[in-house]
Write a protein that binds this ligand. Sequence first.
Ligand SMILES: [Fe+2]
Length: 524
Amino acid sequence: MSRSNAGLIGRRALLGGLVAAPVVLQFGLARAADAYLFPLGVASGDPAPDGFVIWTRLAADPFAADGLGGLSGTIETRWEVAADEGFRRIVAAGQVQADPRAAHAVHVEVTGLAPGRPYWYRFTAGGQQSPAGLSRTTPAPGAHVDRLRLAVASCSNWEAGYFSAYGHMADETPDLTLFLGDYIYEYSASGERAAKAVRRYGLEEATTLAGYRNRYALHRTDADLQRLHAAAPCLAVWDDHEVLNNYSGVWPDKGGDPRPFLQRRAAGYQAFYEAMPIRRTSLDARMQMQIHKHIRYGRLAEFHMLDGRQYRSRGACVDEGGARGQIVTDAACADRLDPARTFLGFEQERWLYEGLARSDAAWNILGQDLVMAGLRFENRGEDIRYWTDTWDGYPAARDRMTEALATLKPRNPVVLSGDYHSFWTNDVKRDSRDERSATVATEFVGTSITSGGPPYEGLMSAMPANPHIKFFDSRVRGYMSIDVTPKRMITRYQTISGVRDPKATLATLNTWAVEDGRPGALAA
Ligand SMILES: [Fe+2]
């Protein structure tokens, strides 16, 4: 039997009580014939002018407890990229071995393609063919580009609802999809929350590689999400829930010993790589894994995709017994103001500022996980309070960022953020303590695909002290749809009718315009 057929013997087949080897082999082959190997769909991402990454993960039993999808051994997998939807003009093709060490995830970094055009791709394994996906190369670096459509998502909690927002994103036929974090949630609801869950994970909290792999596998069985991934290439970065709620760097959410947490973090990071159509990356000797990247889109845009979790300093004032993501005052927490603390890590900071200085694109889009502009909780006569899990917990790092934007003057910086399960339209101020200081960037914070929002009334009561926040709404779920043209960026806040309806309808909550050369959004 070939190596590829050997790989198709399912875990269940091997555990099926069969003792004679030839019978096991026959059983394995029989099973291979009826198990569909592409239940997790296909995806593409990290486009360049000459190619992109195409992805699939083979599985016969996607939630097998060992995280290996009911498969063992390597499986020969053929890939094809075509210039037409009917696959009559194949322009690139090859064979790869889907390997159990990567849970049979397949990443092919396709090269040699023409810039600025669509391509279709598919895989074949075990005599079966995957669904086809549509991807796109980016335009040549110097190319003039009239228009770029983005669909921007964050925070898709499976238990909180159906992913109809992902389906609507696919229907918008974006050129590029951005995932800004919390693509999965590591925990499972318990108690009262569990009773309210729209659909249960049926999985224990993810803490191991197998656990994280199965979370991603579950998400990828969702028809709306599969359709979105098959409709456009994506750029993906993570936030906290790809590993653990509110972790910071090497520290778990409530402080404690980083060593066991590093093992867990490494498992989460590896599963992220395996599940996402991103370029090759791996854990280094420090158990770090780089996901930040610059992606250029002709002369129109440059994306600076950031990692706001992995390299951060420890959260402020955790030693005083608080959890991560607490609300503190300066009197109670001087640690927050320490200039030695970093949000992106000093290496990523330098990399970003060099990228911003070098960029000559019309729009510089910073895709990242956490709200940058800041929010002061201010009651008359009381000290100002800050939420420490966002950039507000790292004000010196934010000052360096806003100074870099003010002095390097990249053209039209726009920050796209997730995490807060609410829409925000912000002016990012040069000095976040001074509302009269210059606006150095425009920020849009998308709401969540499904995850529940923070209390609306409570947040709204803080808004009068924060005039740089022009709009806030935490009551709706959805995503951002953005059209970029050389002279203007239009951002639509798209909302779904509800998370309990798998066929929820779409509405536009409001629309924002950013004009070339004028930071700050205007209601359109
Ligand atoms: Fe979230």
